[in-house]
Design a protein around this ligand. Structure first.
Ligand SMILES: [Zn+2]
Length: 406
């Protein structure tokens, strides 16, 4: 009897294993496609405006720069539709070299550009200022364009916070690569304020008061902890990953910070850049950069020359170890879930912002279903996937809007 029972179990488990192995991959991919299109998919950070700006975007009707269908870059309408992307946050990116007056001019020109795209191509895009706007646009089959300002440097005085809310900004990343008037940056070593400046504390409270989400991507650890302590609302990391996989890289969030973010009821949206995903890949890319610079110099080229760009492209493409992969992005999701729970993770690809460092399987906005398939394989439920795609961010965004309306 015992042997019979054992055999029956073995045959059963062999059979179910065989069934799941032969059907799962196809099923997961198919289901991932369905879910990517069924659920609203937001992305916390897409650097399209700045990419268009440096390509000399001009405001003329039907100018090719309006991204309906394009060969270049990581984002356009057609590829978004393919990948199920519904609401990419357009990054109003202000490089750290700009002081307030120039930073304001640049911010205004990028905001105007995004609004112009939505106006000129209103069959495809709509501006969005709340989760409700995104939901309405989704029903019409268009892409919603919320805006996040990457760097608080345009906030010259406290009253400017409200001004940017009125211009349509939904989140502000407190700083970028350098310390600014508001706080210290993870990429800077000066540590001007040892966290937030006194002015920065007022800015954070003012953002909550007027209903702008506080984005802690790019800030130093001290800044993060101080923001988490004083913020009356949940905060976001619009495009950061887990430092556990990139030891010593302060731009990502440590395990403890992720736990604190969870207690704050916030959300971390995972950055897809290979150097954000894997410390080993980052090492390979860093040493390759030196070799590459020498190669470019030996040919008498400047890094900005087209020929040098082609050379760099081919150089990395011939080295598969220079790229992370979709599985690693899922590892970051797993890590956040383990530390803080399923309610605190989202997607913040940094498409159009991390150059040719995107992981295998997630090369542009058409590829989100590959990540969803990987998460399904790991046992994430439909409800979990919806939370990651938009539910978690919407919870934070709505609570910030609600707090400001009080
Ligand atoms: Zn960034």
């Amino acid at each position: 009897m015992k042997l019979k029972f054992y055999l029956a179990i073995s045959i059963l488990s062999f059979y179910s294993c065989k069934v799941s192995k032969t059907t799962t991959n196809v099923d997961f991919n198919k289901k991932a496609q369905e879910l990517a299109h069924k659920f609203i998919l937001t992305d916390g950070h897409v650097d399209l405006p700045y990419r268009l700006k440096i390509k000399n975007f001009q405001m003329q009707k039907d100018y090719l720069g309006i991204p309906i269908k394009s060969e270049s870059g990581d984002f356009d309408f057609e590829r978004s539709k393919k990948g199920g992307l519904d609401a990419p946050f357009m990054s109003i990116y202000i490089p750290s070299i700009y002081e307030t007056p120039q930073a304001q001019l640049l911010a205004d020109s990028l905001i105007t550009m995004v609004k112009y795209i939505a106006k000129e191509k209103s069959d495809y895009f709509e501006m969005a200022y709340s989760p409700n706007d995104v939901q309405q646009t989704f029903k019409k089959g268009k892409i919603a364009l919320p805006m996040g300002m990457e760097n608080g440097s345009p906030i010259g005085k406290l009253a400017d916070v409200k001004k940017y809310k009125e211009k349509g900004i939904s989140y502000i990343t407190l700083t970028h690569a350098k310390d600014n008037k508001i706080c210290d940056s993870s990429y800077d070593t000066t540590r001007t304020w040892k966290g937030l400046s006194p002015y920065g504390r007022e800015v954070v409270l003012e953002m909550a008061k007027v209903g702008i989400m506080i984005d802690i991507s790019h800030v130093s650890d001290s800044t993060f902890y101080q923001v988490a302590r004083i913020s009356p609302v949940p905060v976001i990391a619009s495009h950061s990953s887990a430092r556990f996989f990139t030891p010593g890289f302060e731009r990502n969030m440590s395990d403890d910070m992720i736990k604190v973010l969870g207690k704050n009821n916030g959300v971390i949206m995972i950055n897809f850049g290979s150097t954000f995903l894997d410390g080993e890949v980052a090492k390979i890319r860093n040493s390759s950069q030196k070799e590459l610079r020498a190669l470019i110099a030996a040919k008498g080229l400047k890094p900005s020359d087209h020929e040098a760009e082609v050379l760099a492209d081919n150089y990395f493409k011939s080295n598969p170890k220079a790229y992370s992969d979709t599985q690693k992005v899922a590892d970051h999701v797993d890590r956040v879930v383990k530390l803080a729970g399923i309610n605190h993770v989202g997607i913040g690809s940094d498409f159009d912002g991390v150059g040719d460092s995107l992981p295998t399987g997630l090369k542009d906005v058409a590829d989100y279903p590959n990540l969803i398939a990987e998460l399904l394989k790991r046992g994430y439920s439909d409800t979990d996937i919806e939370k990651i795609c938009s539910g978690n961010l919407f919870r934070v965004w709505n609570s910030v809007i609600k707090y400001a309306a009080k």
